[in-house]
Ligand binder design. Structure first.
Ligand code: NAD
Length: 302
């Protein structure tokens, strides 16, 4: 059977590092601040925002919560982002997605000061990641990289297969793996022979949104499997969360695997806290290696 990659424990480790970094900053009269903007009544979004605020407070980051009504205009949201861009106590700005349909998500994300863009979705940061510059990287892929580095050490030369090509997970994941010197294959809904391609991978990152799609027949024996998927299904008359990987069969073949829940999920929030500290350093003109471990994407090489 595979080794279990414990995302809860890894997240606790990251949060402890962040807490230490926040204390070091506070000794210099700097307390990082995170603003979270929520528009509308989506119940899942409310839970996510509450968890982010709680986690921020636990590590000593100031949190500022802004709740706008579902029928707020695009201009109202843009005005709030502008105001937060100007506020010195706000080092990170997170606009919880999805936004109501009448608001242009991209326009709102582009309005965020790239140095406060703790989700890493501004085109300045997306482009910088692709160019191999040190930028704020999206939290979920950054969390997957941390798990991979913790469990595999050096990733250079490994063949990584990313299943899924979303802007939030798949594409930035591929960019980060490339920067860690992996050979990278990206599979998606139009891929032909996806299972056969995936069977060549040393590392598999699944970000598809299809319950248990990736079974043992997709995996090379000894592969390391990171399951980003979070899918709610009804089974045996009850509701439960499963990943994009068929855990029970994959665990027989893989060398190491993340569970769902308790794998990538807890890492995402921890990396958001890490990014908020990194953003604070960027705004202060301090080098990120000033503190324990930074979340900037690794330095480029040819
Ligand atoms: P998405 O719907 O934006 O993208 C899914 C991708 O999967 C697409 O690029 C599509 O091409 C690909 N795909 C669809 N069917 C496929 C198939 N049959 N074969 C190969 N590829 C296929 O989803 P997303 O936002 O990237 O999220 C993916 C999953 O990760 C979801 O379950 C989501 O809930 C979860 N997620 C988890 C976290 C976390 O914190 N752990 C964060 C973000 C997303």
């Amino acid at each position: 059977g595979a080794r279990l990659i414990d995302g809860k424990a890894a997240a606790a480790q990251v949060l402890a590092e962040v807490r230490a970094d926040v204390l070091a900053l506070q000794a210099q009269q700097l307390t990082p601040g995170l603003a979270v903007v929520l528009v509308g009544e989506d119940p899942a979004s409310h839970v996510y925002v509450r968890n982010k605020v709680l986690r921020a407070n636990e590590v000593g980051i100031n949190s500022f919560e802004y709740r706008l009504l579902a029928d707020s205009s695009e201009q109202e949201v843009l005005d709030l982002v502008q105001q937060l861009n100007q506020e010195a106590q706000v080092n990170g700005i997170l606009v919880q997605l999805p936004l109501p349909a009448h608001i242009d998500e991209n326009k709102v994300l582009q309005a965020i000061d790239p140095r406060k863009d703790v989700d890493g979705f501004h085109s300045e940061n997306v482009g910088g990641l692709s160019q191999g510059r040190e930028v704020l990287a999206p939290c979920t892929p950054a969390g997957c990289m941390r798990l991979l580095h913790d469990h595999c050490g050096d990733l250079s030369g490994k063949h990584a297969v990313v299943v899924g090509r979303s802007n939030i997970v798949g594409k930035p994941m591929a960019a980060l793996l490339l920067q860690a010197h992996c050979s990278v294959t990206v599979l998606h809904s139009r891929s032909v022979n996806a299972a056969a391609l995936c069977r060549q991978a040393d590392i598999v990152v699944a970000a598809v949104g299809r319950p248990r799609m990736i079974g043992a027949d997709w995996l090379k024996p000894g592969a390391v499997v990171i399951d980003v998927g979070i899918n709610r299904i009804e089974e045996d008359g009850r509701s439960r969360l499963v990943g994009d990987v068929d855990f029970d069969s994959a665990v027989q073949v893989a060398a190491a695997i993340t569970p769902v829940p308790g794998g990538v999920g807890p890492m995402t929030i921890a990396m958001l806290m890490r990014n908020t500290v990194t953003a604070t350093l960027l705004q202060q003109g301090l080098a990120p290696d000033h503190l324990s471990r930074h979340s900037l994407s690794p330095a480029p090489t040819a």
